[in-house]
Design a protein around this ligand. Structure first.
Ligand SMILES: CC(C)(COP(=O)(O)OP(=O)(O)OC[C@H]1O[C@@H](n2cnc3c(N)ncnc32)[C@H](O)[C@@H]1OP(=O)(O)O)[C@@H](O)C(=O)NCCC(=O)NCCS
Length: 174
């Protein structure tokens, strides 16, 4: 499987992948597009197979106030027809080995049963603003001792549906 950094040219393929992997939600595709449009720091990799993006992973800055305190893993997606074949695991393990990622505190809002396979553990602090009681919020290399609400890039909020529908559990996931 060929994993590569996402190029500007391949961005539309990733938006299409995200719409396919999250069929009932435009949030993830809109989020990544806004992060790109606004020039946010984003560490991202993609698997291109026969001209299509079949898997994607992104990390963006996590904040304690104005200070960067780690990286959020979000979103991550595998095209439906390639799910359950180990593609997501391979991409995530690859990303976790990369220099920009391998020594940073990491946070993810997602299924504990999935992310615990890769070294993520339940996170007590900081508090995730998109998850009640941090039930689906996990971290790695997180030495936080005090309680604060971890910050995300503003696009994580502004990419939400303008109708104001509460989608807090999904926001920021994968
Ligand atoms: C979640 C996702 C990134 C995983 O990628 P993938 O390539 O399908 O995963 P893998 O094939 O590497 O899976 C490895 C293992 O994790 C398990 N797994 C996959 N999704 C899981 C989940 N949500 N919770 C717990 N375990 C999960 C698989 O069953 C597999 O187990 P096995 O090794 O015992 O067979 C991918 O399925 C995806 O993009 N899904 C779309 C978004 C989605 O469905 N989200 C779920 C609700 S938010």
């Amino acid at each position: 499987m060929k994993i590569q950094r996402l190029t500007t040219e391949n961005r539309p393929k990733v938006y299409a992948l995200l719409r396919g992997a999250f069929p009932s939600s435009d949030y993830e595709a809109a989020l990544v597009q806004k992060l790109h449009d606004n020039g946010r720091v984003i560490h991202e990799w993609v698997c291109i197979h026969t001209g299509k993006a079949i898997a994607y992973i992104a990390f963006t800055n996590a904040y304690h106030g104005r200070d960067i305190c780690g990286l959020h893993l979000a979103p991550m997606a595998v095209a439906p027809e390639f799910q359950g074949r180990g593609v997501g695991s391979e991409l995530l393990r690859f990303a976790l080995r990369q220099e920009a990622i391998s020594s940073q505190p990491l946070f993810v809002l997602g299924e504990p049963g999935y992310y615990s396979r890769f070294g993520f553990e339940p996170c007590r602090v900081p508090i995730c603003p998109f998850d009640k009681n941090n039930a689906h919020f996990l971290s790695m290399r997180n030495a936080t001792a005090t309680s604060f609400v971890v910050g995300y890039e503003p696009e994580f909020t502004t990419a939400a549906a303008p109708t104001g529908t509460t989608r807090s559990r999904k926001r920021g996931r994968r």
